[in-house]
Design a protein around this ligand. Structure first.
Ligand code: SF4
Length: 461
């Protein structure tokens, strides 16, 4: 196993080369967002190879069969455009698979050709290929810019552009855009809102889609996902809470622009402070009290932090992945006196370094952060070789660094390809915070037990 033994020092500034990117491609995110809509079939407008990759990376992470259709570009469509393929696909999909919505996302190839999806969808409508009451929506997701997170953001914004309607009167509902989080996180956000007595419209919502219960028979469209009716109502809600500006900000701003629904931008509710901010925003917008049950959960997280703090103090951590996850995670780690010294993300946009600097508030000496094409796993490994860390937190792609440097790895974020079960446990909210800390401490102490000399093995640590 010498995969990364060639990683050299020192880190040289690169202009035009990415080695092991800390991101994946836009359509993956658009597909994930579309799966969070009830009775929706995602459709990849490009070659079969793109669609296979996007489906397989999601299937490997969620361990669920992820469905999507494709325009199946051949040489002809690559030269003349994919209109006829998409028209045939729309007709076939509605005839054979009967979704309520086809959510088309583009790919590098169809973007380079310049296919105009709204024009093709209008032609399909005029030719009677879209049955009454059914929809074809789209998001542009060229993968030579952005990442899976911007793809998610683009499709989520499209849900607003296509469906949100400003009704005659305000409803009691509060919109929550959850960002790219696990289905269990989405369920946890709904549980917290229900405990507070706040009626939310969560979109997209992949709970009960990518963690649907096994019921002994195949359901092509699982029962989860936000409905078209609920998406329409988002335009009449009291306000929108965008959790994670990179993944959720554009949908919230679109709702503000289109339907005058006020947007509140928050960081993902991972950790004590970020969860406090989310619960306080719900309380303020809906005019409710925070129930004792939630106060008790907060108190339990505080207790766990107190018990574990001695082990966390001063531990150096390297993080990689999606900006919204990284900002909240880094803030949480700094709050328990760890030192998130290195952070990289391949996803561009939305003042990442500024946000990170704000949550760290000068508490981490020697911090290094990088965003963009050259903010890759190779650079992170070089930094670690220059000065080691005690812990790695990120997706599966960090396992090679973990092995080469013998550093414990806590798997978090997307994708996790080599473990099972992560989609079933939230990391948001107070309960999610307890779980994150337990995972981190276990990784640190397992290493200590494994690597310490025999005479230093302790029964009680
Ligand atoms: S990067 Fe472009 S060509 Fe490659 S899988 Fe993604 S959309 Fe397809």
């Amino acid at each position: 196993m010498a995969l990364l033994r060639h990683t050299n020092q020192p880190a040289v500034e690169r202009q035009a080369l990415t080695i092991n990117p800390a991101k994946t491609c836009q359509p993956v995110g658009a597909l994930y967002a579309a799966l969070g809509v009830h009775n929706c079939l995602p459709h990849s407008h490009g070659s079969q190879g793109c669609c296979s990759y996007h489906r397989s990376v999601l299937t490997r992470h969620y361990k669920e069969p992820v469905m999507a259709a494709t325009s199946s570009f051949t040489e002809g469509s690559s030269v003349f455009g994919g209109q006829s393929n998409l028209l045939a696909a729309i007709e076939n999909i509605f005839t054979l698979y009967a979704p309520d919505i086809i959510a088309v996302h583009t790919t590098c190839l169809s973007e380079t050709i310049g296919d105009d999806i709204p024009q093709i969808a209008a032609k399909a409508q005029n030719e009677g290929k879209i049955p009454a009451g059914k929809f074809v929506i789209h998001a542009n997701t060229p993968s030579y810019v952005g990442s899976h997170v911007t793809g998610f953001a683009n499709m989520t914004k499209s849900l607003v552009s296509y469906f949100a309607e400003k009704g005659p009167a305000k409803l009691r509902t509060v919109n929550v855009v959850p960002g790219w989080v696990e289905p269990a996180d989405m369920r946890e956000i709904k549980r917290i809102a229900a405990l507070m007595g706040v009626e939310i419209i969560l979109f997209p919502d992949t709970s009960d889609v990518l963690d649907a219960p096994q019921i002994g028979k195949h359901e092509f469209y699982p029962r989860g996902g936000v409905t078209v009716q609920a998406l329409r109502k988002t335009g009449s809600s009291q306000a929108t809470i965008a959790l994670g500006p990179t993944a959720s900000g554009s949908a919230a701003l679109e709702l503000e622009k289109k339907c005058e629904v006020e947007a509140t931008m928050l960081e993902l509710p991972i950790g004590l402070r970020a969860t406090d901010a989310f619960i306080d925003a719900l309380r303020r917008i809906a005019g409710v009290e925070v129930p004792q049950a939630l106060k008790d959960e907060r108190g339990r997280l505080m207790d766990v932090i107190t018990d574990m703090h001695q082990y966390f103090y001063g531990k150096r951590v390297a993080l990689w992945g999606d900006p919204d996850q990284l900002v909240s995670l880094a803030g949480f780690l700094a709050d328990v006196d760890m030192q998130p010294v290195y952070t990289v993300t391949g996803t561009p946009g939305r003042a990442f370094e500024e946000r990170l600097t704000r949550v760290l508030a000068g508490r981490v000496p020697g911090v290094r952060m990088r965003q963009g094409a050259q903010a890759d796993m190779f650079l992170l490994h070089q930094w670690i070789k220059e000065q080691a860390v005690d812990l790695l937190v990120g997706n599966t792609y960090g396992k090679y660094i973990a092995r080469d440097e013998n550093i414990p790895l806590v798997r978090h974020g997307f994708p996790i390809l080599d473990r099972v079960g992560h989609a079933y446990f939230p990391s948001v909210g107070y309960l999610g915070g307890i779980r994150m800390l337990e995972k981190i401490l276990q990784a640190l102490q397992d290493k200590q037990d494994r690597d310490c000399p025999e005479e230093a093995v302790e029964l009680v640590m």
